[in-house]
Design a protein around this ligand. Structure first.
Ligand SMILES: [Fe+2]
Length: 345
């Protein structure tokens, strides 16, 4: 089940061009392209006549011509031409979806178009700040339900086992977690004081020796996350204090787009409070993050298979408190949306 009235990432901005690009979001087939002046168009990817994907047709000016019998649709999905017909049947239209470009990504609104408000798109705190560097890579396809990924992103403890060579250290095993329920999602966090820096971060720290490390894992509805990593010299960390001058900050943005129940597109980028223009640092960050996320992919794909095949009940633990609260609230939001739709019909 999916929340329809929400923004999802449809593609990186440079993936949407003057070619027709088929995508699937929440089980709905959509075709993306750009008009001559660069505006993104998102239409239902099925001609009303015989349902051939419009992505198998061609762009004509700012319109799309079906590759079967030439039915043509404008950017709003209205049919403008039916070759050989005396008049255009009023049902000859396709759905169009609101889109918005932000943070180098194309966002799509899958619900009631009248409710699409670009101000509701996830806020990226330091975007455009010249002091902060950014790295981004390709997207990734996960063969699992998107909620296994939201579970993962509300679970700072998994790094101790899944990411031993990158994000994890021994202190990631035992330090207790604090769960906060916010109006727009759930946050799980903890300070790990006087701990060894994890291998991924160590080369980038401006100080040596042990550190005070904070993990802040926050997932917002429906399935977007910010993971904040804070490293300060041992003895200087804590929420009540200003940052130490050598503080390392990394904000990792994670956006999941459900393709369907069993497949998820995963988009991410990281922002850091140092080396803003340094391509080499961005490249290293990008490669290390990708390698770590591949470790998540292997685990989550196998979790999906395991859960599908389970013959004894699944066990929840104390560490699942955050993920379960997130799932329950999202379930309520999806149910409420279903009731609204039913009342409108
Ligand atoms: Fe992970």
């Amino acid at each position: 089940m999916f929340l329809k009235n929400a923004w999802y990432v449809a593609a990186w901005d440079d993936e949407v061009t003057r070619e027709l690009k088929p995508i699937t979001v929440l089980g709905e087939d959509v075709v993306l392209y750009r008009t001559g002046d660069g505006k993104v168009v998102a239409l239902e990817n099925a001609c009303p006549h015989r349902k051939l994907p419009l992505s198998m047709g061609r762009i004509k000016g700012d319109q799309v011509e079906c590759g079967y019998h030439g039915l043509t649709f404008d950017t709003t999905g209205t049919c403008t031409r039916v070759p050989g017909a005396e008049r255009i049947p009023h049902v000859a239209c396709v759905r169009s979806y609101p889109t918005e470009e932000r943070y180098g990504m194309v966002w799509i609104w899958m619900g009631d178009a009248a409710r699409a408000d670009p101000d509701e798109i996830f806020k990226v705190e330091h975007w455009g700040d010249p002091e902060w560097g950014v790295n981004r890579g390709e997207s990734m396809t996960l063969e699992c339900n998107y909620l296994y990924m939201t579970d993962n992103l509300l679970d700072p403890s998994h790094v101790a086992w899944v990411h031993q060579t990158s994000f994890g250290t021994a202190s990631c095993e035992e330090t207790p977690l604090e769960t906060t329920v916010n109006p727009d999602g759930v946050t799980v966090s903890r300070w790990m004081l006087d701990s060894e820096p994890a291998p991924f971060y160590a080369p980038f720290l401006k100080f040596s020796g042990n550190c005070d490390r904070k993990q802040h894992y926050e997932v917002r509805y429906p399935c977007h996350a910010i993971i904040k990593a804070i490293f300060e010299p041992s003895g200087t960390g804590g929420d009540e204090r200003p940052y130490h001058e050598d503080v390392f900050l990394m904000d990792s943005y994670n956006f999941m787009t459900p393709v369907n129940d069993r497949e998820t597109k995963y988009y991410w980028f990281q922002m850091r409070n140092f080396a803003p223009g340094d391509e080499e640092v961005s490249r290293k960050f990008g490669a290390s993050v990708r390698a770590a996320f591949e470790e998540d992919r292997v685990v989550l794909n196998a979790v999906q298979k395991g859960m599908d095949a389970m013959r004894t009940p699944n066990l929840d633990l104390k560490i699942d408190a955050g993920p379960l609260r997130f799932r329950r609230q999202l379930d309520r939001m999806i149910a409420a949306e279903g009731q609204t739709l039913a009342a409108a019909e």
